[in-house]
Design a protein around this ligand. Structure first.
Ligand code: GLA
Length: 742
């Protein structure tokens, strides 16, 4: 796995616990790289092995760039008091922090768990937290004696070993508790019922044989004032294979989130499990049947290269499209709104689009800019990574393209980008890059995406391998760029990854070089290929990413679907923001709304609904590429409302291409201000605290002085204000996004 740039909070490990409930495993580990079956054995002499620091990968402990096998060993006495003092006496849990990328665990030479329970082989990467359950009567365990724990690791690429990250930082042995393996499963979507009701079913689930019998308390609170809106307690019984389902219906009268708490208490043991979530609320107005032409006001393309643009228009289908003033070489399909062709002459061509349906027609002025600069507004699209990780395949890409055309392209969404995981193990005999079996026909896939009027992206690394351990473009740059061109690729994300093996400690020219090499290769291809630099912000890339020909550059390490990660990244963009400009944008990483997962199994984003409003508002203020990172086949009503708000998207797509400035930064709130092309401004009032906050700008404040009209971008309506000050009560981790106009 790629090293995370922002070190996650490291909480508990490192303290030798004296409590009878746990035996610490945070000390005493040794490790060696390599592989031998002997190393599992309790009698193997590991005296010569290196002491392991569980805060660091093995790369950081003297094995730079090492991928492959390695072993960790430690010795521990497991006292029988552990089970004697426990309510449940069935199983022991071995918590092993986080493993990068996969593992087999032996106690006294006997295999007790592997691959985090995922199946497959040790060479399938399953980077993440590890916790194994072992029956107390497993003969591998020597109670009240010294036990040797040995862990065989296989690292597929990037950092490797056992170490702590936000994914798992507990290194200990505990007894499985009554509430271990009990889940309050809130994964189902909320349903929007009639009469403004919000309905949902949750489940109490366990894999334990124990019969849970007790009470489920359900409570809904308004977070602004603590008022309890609903409270109900039900009997609840469940056991392995027989979950308990609780269904409820509450009114959604106000446009705000409520906090729900589910508390199950088991009567016999007295133990409880608590889960909280918030309720969704949709601000985006219900889509109108009347025609509206959406998206940016400008599109850039290079002379002589294939041109593809779908006029984004919403309203009742069918629509009929017309374009006046198209430059020579372009033609419009009146039924689909797709413009194709090739323009030979450079120049800014003013065009008027007219779109009509049974209810009427609308026009919009638009500029087709034929020149050297492309990507004049930030890319709007989908990328496979945050949803599917390395499990992406042809089918998932097609489903996404179909969903984009059915639900999102009307609002300007246009790119379908395949991230890591499409490449074969080896190049063809002539050195050409080939796809793996998940992508049987890349050219066919690109043709399909283009046939819908959308554009397609791909991923590679300047290194010999990508972050997922697949083939990179090292020493094949020209050849790969040519192959992308032959396939019809429109977007390349180029990710540093194993280039660290080539240049471990790059200086500034060293950071630029691999990106300049690929820039040169792309320039030899007769296609408009958007170039997305991904090197996690190193060397303050925002200062030079545009100069070396990047259309965007990642400013951060990888995002996760937590408030800590998203807000940490978003609110740290103040330095980079002024460097955004048409054709060259900061990229604070892909969106984490909807169903995400970085692998085959997905979950609803862990961001609250207010946090999701903050995410999209802040990224739009920053003129960031908006790359959806969720399962497009299952877009729920809330997520769709987030991604189809034309006034919010318009702030992102504003032709001036500025990044917002961090105008006010307080402990509990922040205000970001973005200048827009028509002289108005977009302002985000962000509540970064976990309580409601009143956030204000005085009418004489330079940010708004002279501006008299305040339009709530999410609700798409003007706000009535007292005395022209801008004042709002903003929900915890939420935002008011306004457009201020003269
Ligand atoms: C890195 C990038 C991610 C993703 C993965 C793919 O971690 O930062 O966005 O592309 O590699 O392996």
């Amino acid at each position: 796995m790629i090293r995370k740039i922002f070190t996650m909070l490291f909480l508990s490990a490192g303290v030798l616990s004296a409590s009878a409930q746990e035996v610490s495993l945070s000390k005493g580990w040794k490790f060696a790289v390599g592989d031998s079956a002997q190393w599992a054995s309790p009698t193997f002499n590991d005296q010569g092995w290196q002491a392991a620091n569980l805060n660091e990968s093995w790369e950081q402990q003297g094995h730079p760039n090492y991928d492959g096998f390695g072993w960790y060993r430690t010795k521990v006495v497991i006292p029988s008091s552990l089970k004697n003092n426990s309510f449940l006496k069935d199983s022991l849990r071995l918590n092993l922090g986080s493993v990068d990328d996969n593992d087999e665990v032996y106690i006294n030479g006997k295999l007790i768990g592997k691959y985090g329970g995922y199946g497959g082989t040790i060479k399938d990467g399953h980077y993440g937290a590890r916790s194994y359950t072992i029956a107390v009567n497993n003969p591998a365990i020597l109670w009240d004696k010294e036990n040797v724990i040995a862990v065989r690791i296989f690292d597929t690429g990037g950092d490797g070993g056992i170490y702590s990250t936000g994914h798992g930082n507990v290194f200990n042995l505990t007894m499985a508790d009554v509430m271990d393996h009990v889940t309050v499963n809130t994964g189902a979507d909320f349903e929007y019922g009639e009469n403004n009701s919000l309905n949902k079913s949750i489940k109490l689930v366990t894999t334990n044989k124990y019969l849970y019998s007790g009470k489920l308390a359900f409570k809904v609170v308004d977070p602004e004032n603590g008022t309890v809106l609903y409270e109900k307690t039900n009997d609840a019984n469940f056991t392995s294979g027989k979950p308990f389902t609780y269904s409820f219906s509450i009114a959604r009268l106000a446009k705000r989130s409520y906090a729900i708490t589910y508390t199950f208490t088991d009567t016999k043991s007295g133990k409880s499990i608590v889960k909280t979530e918030t309720t969704p609320y949709v601000l985006t107005p219900y889509p109108s049947a009347k025609v509206k032409i959406n998206g940016a006001d400008v599109f850039g393309a290079r002379p002589g290269n294939p041109f593809l643009y779908l006029i984004p228009a919403s309203g009742k289908r069918p629509l009929t499209y017309k374009a006046d003033g198209l430059p020579e070489g372009l033609k419009l399909d009146a039924n689909t709104g797709v413009i194709t062709g090739v323009v030979a002459q450079k120049g800014d061509y003013p065009v008027t689009f007219t779109v009509s349906n049974s209810l009427g027609a609308k026009t919009k002025k638009f500029t087709i800019s034929i020149g050297d600069n492309i990507g004049l507004t930030p890319a709007l699209g989908w990328n496979s990574w945050n949803a599917w990780g390395l499990s992406v395949n042809d089918e998932k890409v097609r489903v996404s393209a179909r969903a984009m055309i059915d639900k999102l392209s009307q609002h300007g969404w246009a790119y379908i980008n395949i991230d890591d995981g499409w490449e074969a193990e080896n190049r063809a005999a002539d050195g050409k890059i080939v796809t793996n079996s998940k992508f049987p026909d890349m050219k066919g896939l690109a043709d399909y995406v283009h046939s819908l009027g959308l554009r397609i992206g791909i991923y590679s690394s300047p290194g010999p391998r990508t972050c997922g351990g697949f083939l990179g473009s090292w020493q094949h740059e020209d050849q790969d760029a040519q192959t992308y061109g032959d396939w019809g690729i429109d977007y390349l994300k180029y990710d540093w990854c194993a280039y660290s093996e080539i240049v471990p400690k790059p200086d500034l020219p060293g950071l630029k070089k691999p990106y300049q090499v690929m820039r040169g290769s792309l320039d030899k291809v007769h296609r408009d290929i958007m170039y997305s630099l991904c090197q996690y912000g190193w060397g303050d890339v925002w200062n030079w990413g545009g100069e070396i020909g990047g259309n965007s550059w990642r400013t951060t390490g990888d995002i996760e679907d937590t408030w800590q990660s998203m807000s940490g990244i978003g609110f740290r963009q103040g330095d980079a923001a002024p460097h955004a400009r048409p054709g060259h944008f900061n990229d604070p990483d892909m969106l984490v709304v909807g169903k995400v997962g970085w692998g085959p199994s997905l979950h609803n984003t862990r961001l609250t609904y207010d946090e999701q409003y903050t995410h999209i508002s802040l990224w739009s203020l920053l003129s960031s590429p908006l790359l959806i990172g969720c399962d497009m086949g299952h877009l729920d009503e809330f997520t769709l409302s987030l991604l189809t708000n034309d006034e919010v998207i318009a702030i992102d797509q504003d032709a001036l291409g500025k990044g917002a400035s961090q105008y006010v930064k307080k402990d509990d709130y922040q205000i970001w201000v973005k200048d827009l092309k028509d002289g108005s401004k977009a302002i985000g009032l962000f509540n970064t605290s976990d309580k409601y906050q009143t956030i204000s700008l005085d009418k004489n404040d330079p940010a708004i002085s002279g501006y008299t009209k305040f339009r709530d971008a999410w609700q798409q309506k003007y706000i009535i204000t007292a005395g022209n000050a801008l004042t709002a009560k903003v929900a915890p981790h939420g935002v008011l996004l306004v457009r201020v106009e003269k």
